[in-house]
Design a protein around this ligand. Structure first.
Ligand code: NCD
Ligand code: ZN
Length: 348
């Protein structure tokens, strides 16, 4: 197969930042995806519907002319999130979910939740108003080995949240382990998961073997090969609980290539092409459309897109970097390397 036409996809987990970084990255996503769930981990975080609407306006203003890309906004859960704010989310046409970052787990998570049991009343209100909970599922305590934090979070928190609030819709974001796949598969129908391209294509050797490669450093961190195999199997299984979420998370090249580099891979420039490679590895390109274009909107109870996109098997070289502003650049995933698939066109 060397041409693949599918319904236009959406990205169900995306960081676009603000200001010059937003203007540098948003066109890449808008070229591929009709909609994206926008992460709220700004500095300061997006904690109210009013802030989310202002951020949405900033994203819309940064879009290339003529784009009808739709940012789907989220709020950042804190110890102060009120039941009134949950109701405002439920009443909003533009805010679609609330994101739980355990405090200290990842980039800009300092304002996140320290005591997860203390926010159970918020989960109760979310279940009542049918507002989805998006979870960064890593136990943040420094005592946990970084490779075990996802499983530790399931055992210490996620199982209990799902048990206490079985009606609550949960997206276990960017799952990286066999344990997370098993949890999602065995949980109720209202528990789903996103999977990133880097976790489908790479294991931890890409990050650590033959030198430290900071552009492969993201959180949750890349895991062992058998975990990658479990993710590939889940993504290509046809199970409706698994869908596309790139977690494209831009940081400047300087902040990535540092003695203490930031976590996050930028993949928006080639997102669908990267997924196509992963699905092709599994000889499952016929399963890409449901993963990229159907399962997400079905879970979020939004209409599937009508437009179509075409991928062709036509090699192209990823630039070494993209400009951001002045001398600031952004290093994309697969910088300077060849991609096998190319996105041709989108149709409205
Ligand atoms: C994300 C970021 O940079 O905002 N980083 C990452 O490694 N994925 C935060 C996150 O999603 O954990
Ligand atoms: Zn993320």
């Amino acid at each position: 197969m060397d041409t693949l036409t599918i319904t236009q996809p959406d990205d169900w987990h995306l960081h676009v930042r603000t200001g010059s970084m937003l203007r540098a990255v948003i066109g890449h996503t808008a070229r591929q995806f009709a909609r994206a769930i926008i992460m709220p981990n700004l500095k300061p975080p997006v904690v109210s519907v009013a802030q989310a609407l202002a951020y949405r306006d900033e994203i819309l203003a940064a879009l290339p002319p003529g784009s009808d890309f739709q940012p789907l906004m989220t709020l950042y859960l804190t110890g102060n999130t009120s039941a009134d704010e949950i109701r405002r989310v439920a009443d909003s046409d533009h805010v679609h979910a609330i994101k739980l970052y355990p405090a200290g787990a990842t980039t800009n998570s300092d304002a996140g939740v320290g005591d997860i049991r203390a926010v159970y009343p918020v989960f109760e209100a979310m279940a009542r108003h049918d507002v989805p909970l998006l979870v960064h599922g890593e136990a943040p305590e420094p005592g946990h080995d970084i490779f075990d934090r996802e499983k530790a979070f399931i055992d210490a928190h996620l199982s209990d949240i799902h048990r206490q609030f079985p009606e609550l819709r949960i997206v276990f974001e960017h799952v990286t382990t066999q344990d997370a796949v098993a949890f999602v598969e065995s949980a109720g129908d209202n528990v789903a998961a996103t999977i990133t391209p880097q976790h489908l294509l790479y294991n931890r050797n890409a990050l650590l073997a033959g030198g430290v490669r900071p552009h492969f450093y993201c959180l949750p961190i890349l895991k062992r090969e058998h975990h990658r195999q479990a993710l590939l199997k889940a993504a290509t299984s046809g199970n409706r609980k698994f869908f596309l979420g790139t977690d494209s998370a831009p940081h400047s090249t300087l902040l990535k290539e540092s003695a203490c580099g930031c976590a996050g891979c930028f993949s928006a420039h080639a997102a669908l092409e990267l997924y196509a490679e992963a699905f092709e590895q599994m000889q499952a390109l016929d399963k890409l459309e449901a993963f990229a274009s159907f399962n997400g909107p079905d879970f979020y109870r939004l209409p599937r897109n009508i437009g179509r996109v075409t991928l062709v098997k036509q090699p192209w070289q990823v630039p070494a970097s993209y400009p951001v502003k002045d001398s600031v650049t952004l290093t994309p995933l697969r910088a300077g390397e060849t991609m096998a698939w190319q996105l041709l066109s989108t149709f409205g």
